[in-house]
Design a protein around this ligand. Structure first.
Ligand code: CAA
Length: 447
């Protein structure tokens, strides 16, 4: 029995219903080698929203599926937090729209649920889970559950280098006592600094310094590792069944994983064996200029990644978490939570028994902050994960031609009036169906 455990009791995923194939459709139109996307970034396709989809429909559809499957009624929910960096309203939170959608199909209402919208780039989904955990642990929940929804339409400006990493989807998570999927640990490590590498100052598409954004991601992850270490957590790579990272694209996680591994083996037998084999990690103070240091670090990292212990660790704890991301792109606030689903689903398919095993979860948001915490997989996790239906959803996506992709991008552009017919026929889902008298977006449920 895990009586004081609080964590994720169930989750449901909703992917945008369109697919942009990066190798077959995007690369030829950009006149680029497809391997840049499939091997360099580690992405095969992006999920994109059809014209009747947005952050509210995807979030409500994921939540609807989750609440129905778990048999949870509106009066059992004490808070609804939506995490997004694709909000379209600066005052009214997306959670009120989502609750309004759900009230169209459920008996009862969410009148007594505390609702909000969380913003800190991609890390706000994890912050919402933290809020839910704290609310329950503080004794304020009155036995009710929290609904946390991550939902984003991660579009970039056309021809921006980030365009290949786009994605759209939502994840709904139920946070409760005695959870069926994972229990949250109490140790947390943070790394946070005022950075301007990726931001959207009053604009739909992000301003991005891509190279710098990767450096900032790695710097904040390193700081969070040090902070978590100081908090007393066990970071040894062999102590964790899975290590999840925020996944803007799988290639980014390949770089971050090296930091996690290196930090975890420091001062251990594996670490001493590593020094004997490939020498010590280069230190910036040993070099006259930064380029020479970065070159030495790249060479060292390459050698480390080829050591048998690292390769075995990566295949077991990191690779399984990247499977879904490769087919959907960046879901911003949902990306690290998709990594959790991916890792657990792959483990279940491989017949691994993860009950009572630990995982490390590294979240990141531009601007910039990283947070790492541990979770313990709960008995019953595999039953929950078998209900995800994500593979069926991915297979059912409409495969866009490049011209159709261009039209969809325009249709979702807030600064253009480009009406377009949907590519898919909605069935058993919420859809965006127009505008209300005060400029609000309106939604309907299609049977
Ligand atoms: N075959 C194999 N690999 C190839 C290749 C080929 N033909 N061509 C290029 N590659 C490799 C490159 O070597 C590179 O790999 P390494 O970094 O390991 O060297 C990789 O493919 C990407 O190539 P480029 O660096 O040339 O790609 P780019 O500059 O066009 O774009 C990017 C990369 C800057 C990350 C861009 O996608 C971008 O701006 N993305 C948005 C920002 C982002 O995702 N940043 C990540 C950290 S911030 C964050 O995580 C928050 C968030 O969610 C946005």
């Amino acid at each position: 029995m895990h009586t004081d455990a609080v964590g994720i009791d169930g989750m449901a995923i909703w992917t945008g219903k369109l697919k942009l194939d990066l190798a077959d459709t995007y690369a030829p139109a950009q006149d680029t080698d497809p391997a840049k996307y499939t091997k360099g970034l580690g992405l095969y396709a992006s999920s994109l929203p059809d014209v009747h989809e947005d952050i509210v429909t995807m979030g409500a559809n994921a939540a609807h599926r989750l609440l129905r499957r778990k048999g949870v009624s509106p009066d059992e929910i004490g808070r609804i937090d939506v995490a997004t960096e694709s909000a379209f309203d600066r005052s009214k939170p997306a959670s009120t729209y989502v609750a309004g959608c759900l009230e169209q199909v459920f008996e009862g209402d969410f009148r007594h649920a505390n609702k909000g919208e969380r913003k800190f780039a991609c890390i706000s989904g994890t912050q919402s889970l933290d809020d839910a955990f704290n609310w329950i642990r503080a004794g304020r929940s009155r036995g009710r559950k929290a609904l946390v929804i991550t939902t984003d339409t991660a579009f970039y400006e056309r021809n921006d280098p980030g365009e290949a990493t786009q994605g759209a989807g939502a994840i709904a998570m139920l946070v409760d006592r005695n959870p069926d999927v994972v229990a949250f640990g109490t140790h947390q490590g943070h790394g946070s600094a005022d950075e301007t590498d990726f931001l959207k100052p009053n604009q739909q598409y992000p301003s991005v310094d891509g190279t710098r954004s990767m450096q900032v991601y790695l710097a904040r992850i390193q700081e969070a590792l040090e902070d978590l270490d100081a908090a007393g957590a066990d970071l040894h790579p062999d102590a964790h069944a899975l290590f999840l990272f925020h996944t803007p694209f799988p290639g980014m996680v390949g770089k971050a994983a090296v930091l996690g591994y290196n930090h975890g083996v420091r001062g251990t037998e594996v670490g001493s064996g590593l020094v004997d084999r490939i020498g010590p990690q280069p230190r910036p103070t040993a070099f006259d200029d930064e380029d020479a240091y970065l070159d030495a670090l790249k060479t060292y990292t390459g050698k480390l990644m080829e050591t048998p212990h690292y390769e075995e660790w990566y295949e077991r704890t990191i690779a399984p978490t990247l499977g879904l991301s490769r087919h959907v792109g960046n879901w911003y606030t949902g990306s690290v939570h998709l990594a959790r689903a991916s890792g657990l689903q792959a483990a279940a398919e491989a017949g691994r028994n993860l009950a009572d095993e630990r995982m490390l979860v590294a979240s990141y948001g531009s601007g910039a902050q990283a947070e790492i915490h541990a979770e313990t997989v709960q008995p019953g996790w595999d039953e929950e994960i078998s209900q995800l239906t994500i593979d069926e959803q991915l297979a059912a996506r409409y495969d866009l031609s490049f011209e159709e992709y261009e039209a969809i991008h325009d249709a979702h552009n807030h600064n253009r009036e480009t009406p377009l017919s949907p590519q898919t026929t909605p069935e058993g889902e919420f859809v965006f169906d127009g505008w209300g008298g005060m400029g609000e977006r309106t939604y309907a449920y299609v049977e």
